[in-house]
Ligand binder design. Sequence first.
Ligand code: NAP
Length: 541
Amino acid sequence: MVANVCVSLTNPSQLSAIDPRCEFIEFRADLFCEGRTPGSWKQELASATHQLANHACANSQKTILTIRTTAEGGKFPDDLKRVELFKSLAPRFDFVDVEYSSKHRAALLANFAKEKKEVILSAHLTEPTIQPVRSPGFRNPKGLGSGVQSPVLQDSRPKTQNPKSEAILKAMHKAAPSAIKKIVFTATKQSDNNVPSKLLALAKKQNIRVICFCMGGKGIASRILAPIDGSYLTFGALDAKSATAPGQLVHSDLLDFYSELDFAAINPNTKFILVIGNPVYHSLSPKMQNFALRKMKLNIQYLKLRADHTQLGDILGMLRGGRFAGANVTVPYKEAVIPSLDSVDPEAKNIGAVNTIVNRKGKLMGYNTDGAIVPILGKTVKLKRARCILLGAGGASRAIVYGLKKAGADVTIINRTLDRAEALARAFGCKSAPLSLESMSRLAAATLFVNTTTIGMHGSPSGSDIPYLPRKFPKGLLVFDVVYTPIDTPLISKAVRECNCITGERMLIAQGVKALELFIGKKVPDEVAVGMHDVLLNYIQ
Ligand code: NAP
């Protein structure tokens, strides 16, 4: 099984930006025509659709033609003229989107049935009152329910949400049995996301192809979960600035999200844990966490989701839903998420950053597990009163400094930009120094040296050699390098020859194991942690 993602386009100039993994392209012809004079758009539209069809054919993608009228929240002026436009453009597309509320629905359906064209029959509704949708881009669809002889849309409120959605589906199925039914509505609260899941389960039982999700920021969960729950497809925006409907996520982010999914193992009770950040496509956390979850036979899947800063609040809101066990948070949101949480663990509060959010019955609890490497360092050297030199004062250093101070170490923070070292040192009661020959000479009498800079990382503009390192490290020194791409950084290679060392992926594992224990509420067995390490090594080298 695959998750079908459809990217919505308003102009063929956007074709080159489509992720090649994307299976469907929707062309919003109404948005293309907007602002063009009728004299010019007909020809331009013909050439645009030609371009689109050629691209899709070359990339084995399927195309959907959608023309929404202003009454439906789109930009095309007239329902009748749309019939003509459909007739001229449809032959170039694999699917056509016919509005259930169109006065000309029956004629269009009959025409497309004759031409054996695949139809998506669409209804845009508001739950639970089935009022006209009023979100931007989907304003005031007056046609909905007015020109349609549908007992369902004119019905007074059903007693529960499910029978109502069922009734809509039933009426649409009666109108066009072979069409794919698309039922979307604007979510006003998180629990609205349960409606598509239930409707999709019902449709699956009856073998009806359905697309169903909620629009709006509160509906993001249903957009993501739709294909998992059996929706024929879900829609994504071309990029963060080009959403054609409220709440749309970027199509390549959806594709990254589904890339880690084990469809065969999913059932209605499956829970999800996310890693959210920006960017996040490179994250190895799904690989190691899914290994652990499978080993422990837990019905949880760990997936990555890039969060645009404009959608961070909605994504955090989504985590309160029952399908999500929580999330790991990575750069650049470890501080930004804090105000949205219901409580923050004292350690994370002291560090000033959260990397783990646990959903406890709809309440979001923040933790920081980044310092979990410190006890591991403490197994090789005694940290109490130990002289520790920490190079770097960025995000990676905070939790380590906090952990070292808590273990009673004597910490000096050295950084290229002295201000940052001073600020960190002030926050945690450490010493600070600028990066210089003099400050680095302190390594001669140190017990622990930690590199938390990007120096040595693949592709880093910082270069690969830490300046002012002593010709030879003292034998009793422990070197820990947070960089793990590559594992054998120049610093580690030197340390292997001259003293003790611990490599950067150990920190990734340590924080991951501790986070997993918070998500699942029990200890991760040692053999599972060892397996996580092996998985990581496979992907890093
Ligand atoms: P960051 O916030 O951008 O901080 C970068 C640090 O590197 C700053 O202190 C910066 O100094 C210093 N730096 C950069 N280029 C330098 C140069 N040419 N000379 C001297 N100092 C230089 O980055 P971060 O989030 O802390 O990440 C740092 C590294 O840790 C990355 O390689 C990341 O992949 C790794 N990391 C590993 C783990 C793990 O689990 N092992 C976890 C998190 C991060 P200035 O202040 O002077 O700019």
